[in-house]
Design a protein. Sequence first.
Length: 242
Amino acid sequence: MRVSIVLPAFNEEKLIGATLQTVNTARIAFEAIGWESEVVVCDNNSTDRTGEIARAAGAKVVFEPVNQIARARNAGAAAATGDWLIFVDADSQVNRDLFAEVAEVIRGGAHLAGGCIIRLDHAPWWTAVFLHLWTLTSRVCRWAAGSFVFAESEAFRAVGGFNQALYATEEIDLSQRLNRLARRRQLQPMRILTRHPLLTSGRKARLYTPWEHLRFMLRTALSLGRSLNRRDACPIWYDGRR
């Protein structure tokens, strides 16, 4: 068995070094059961040292010139050679126990994909409400958070990967398509892991006001999701604030 850990990264020189350090340490969970693993970083048109830092950490680095999260994840997946893919955001920190839990799901053979619950570091108090609602929605609907998604490579490619028409919520769209594929194959829907949460950066909550987040959600709802097809309607992901 071979597992590919894929990280999309745009101007992440401040955080990607620490993220890759945790990834390389967590990979011991796969080595312990005789599995191979690799790390693939997609440099999504960065203008800083993101690619250089990733190479120094031993990652395979590929380049995607169009700045879009779905494209970056798909480009990383295209360069991956693993039987399973694990997508981790470049501002997140994984741990060995989480990867060991992923291995348990893979070995169980009942799921094509999964995700995990998340925690935010240094986030404002108001994020607790949003995080609680997301955790409940994720577990009920079997939707993975974009910061951590794992999927069988064949299943990921069978559903077409991440939807490149979307500039946000592409992880929900992928989760829905993987869940439909699982039903057709008479397998279980996405497994949302809860024992070992992923620690991810709370910087979006620090850099953007509650009103900016609410405005994005209202715009998405009022447009019936059509605004997600426009970069300018998803500034929280694309206006460059770091």
